[in-house]
Design a binder for this molecule. Sequence first.
Ligand SMILES: Cc1cc2nc3c(=O)[nH]c(=O)nc-3n(C[C@H](O)[C@H](O)[C@H](O)COP(=O)(O)OP(=O)(O)OC[C@H]3O[C@@H](n4cnc5c(N)ncnc54)[C@H](O)[C@@H]3O)c2cc1C
Length: 493
Amino acid sequence: MKALIAGTGLGGLTTALRLASRGYRVTMVEKFHQPGGRLNQLKKEGYTFDMGPSFFSMSYEFKEFIDDCGIEMPFEFHELDPLYAVNFLKGNRTFIVHKNLDRLAAEFESVEPDFRNKVERYLSSAGKLFHDTEGKVIRRNFNSIFDFLATLATVPMKHLPKIFRNFMQELDRHFDSDEVKQIFSLTAFFLGATPYDTPAVYTLLSYTELQHDGYYNVKGGMYRIVEGLVRELDRAGVDIHLNTEITGVEAAGDSVSACIDQNGKRWEADFVVINGDAAVFRGNVLRRPRYSPEKLDRMKWTLAPLTIYLGIDTKVPGLHHHNYFLGDNFREYASKIFRNEISLDRPYYYVNTISRLNPESAPPGCESIFILCPVPDLRYKPDWSNAEQLAGSIVSDLSDRIGFDLSSHIVTRKVLTPVDWGKSFNLHRGSGLSLAHDLNQIGAFRPSNVDEKLRNLFYVGSSTVPGTGLPMAVISSKLVTERILKRYGLVPA
Ligand SMILES: Cc1cc2nc3c(=O)[nH]c(=O)nc-3n(C[C@H](O)[C@H](O)[C@H](O)COP(=O)(O)OP(=O)(O)OC[C@H]3O[C@@H](n4cnc5c(N)ncnc54)[C@H](O)[C@@H]3O)c2cc1C
């Protein structure tokens, strides 16, 4: 039984290995020149940068995956504690977010009286929601909206108010200080949205980061995940064809008979798994009216990335491994950033000093730095001709805040805009984390992982179930594999 997988993002790679380990013959095609999708790598003048993701949560999903495939973990990862540092413009004050609650309480003592009790109550509520929904809602396929709603109805009623509040409103109920509320609300940005338009149900992410499983750094850099998986795929006999984009589909009745690439080459298979965006592929390749360009634009997409990669010729003081730099107008910033209504010249941004935990990413005594600034997608800001100028102002803001002039130490600099991200990986309007996670875009309301018309066409990745982020891509591969096995069964090896 032959499978074709279009896309080598984490969702595609993990699906390929799950299928290959069950005896399916798998071929992969990828439009980019390197495997990995958004989990990619950039090398420049002796510096190595992870292009996108810089840490992951829910490590047990990777463990489930390797057990499922019967392999050893192909990369090494270590838990982060402290998790990250957050710098506020006001007073240039930095808070360290520890996973250890005693140390976290000491950090916030001066701004939030009785923090320890408050955070325990907050995390207890978020934790109960996590455990009441994880197995039921996140790690499950749904066959209909009725099936999804019936499952939601089994979630204990006490969580219901969190559907009607936003993330920040939930934080307002537990904490008083702006600093604590803004720091805990950053997890909404990890979902590619803001705490004012993210439902309070996602406060469960505070539980996953602070109590449950935390965050992990990959030894040698995040791209080791891709290199390890590609090695395993090679061993399993899976071919990967790069620079190959599926631009058309040949159908016979209710099935795909072949996919066509940009050069007109036909790729035949018994079934096909699309790892490119599940909404974009239905719209741009299958030309489904429900996913027309206008309808895609009307869907809710996550923020786009402006990313900056700096090779620095010395060690940089004042930076931790993961750092957030916030301004002094959080509410205004969060409420307007989506629509490009505020000036981007002093934006909020995230900095990963990659070489701090992975020294091999820079020459000895040097630093490789990644900066991510969430920006409006191309619907709201189509013109990025000022990208270099914006990047310059971010680097200068960062220099002021850490008290170290970066500009005179830059050996190499690369800037990627939403236009670059969109073109490289077929991301709609450059949206970084794909479809947003509003309640009308999750579960059975998200584009399904099995096609509506073509019965041997499946989808895996961020815009299908369950959602965005690396652990979700791994769960997505489990869910689509379940669908495939149900349809075609186990293949004798
Ligand atoms: C800047 C940035 C930072 C991030 N940081 C984190 C983080 O710290 N932690 C975390 O967990 N997540 C993070 N994420 C999210 C994470 O990267 C994604 O959720 C995840 O990598 C998506 O994997 P995927 O398999 O769904 O899709 P993708 O990685 O998008 O892979 C899909 C692949 O399909 C290819 N493709 C598309 N269309 C076609 C076609 N027609 N034919 C052939 N190939 C095609 C694309 O080129 C791509 O390689 C970040 C994302 C970005 C952009």
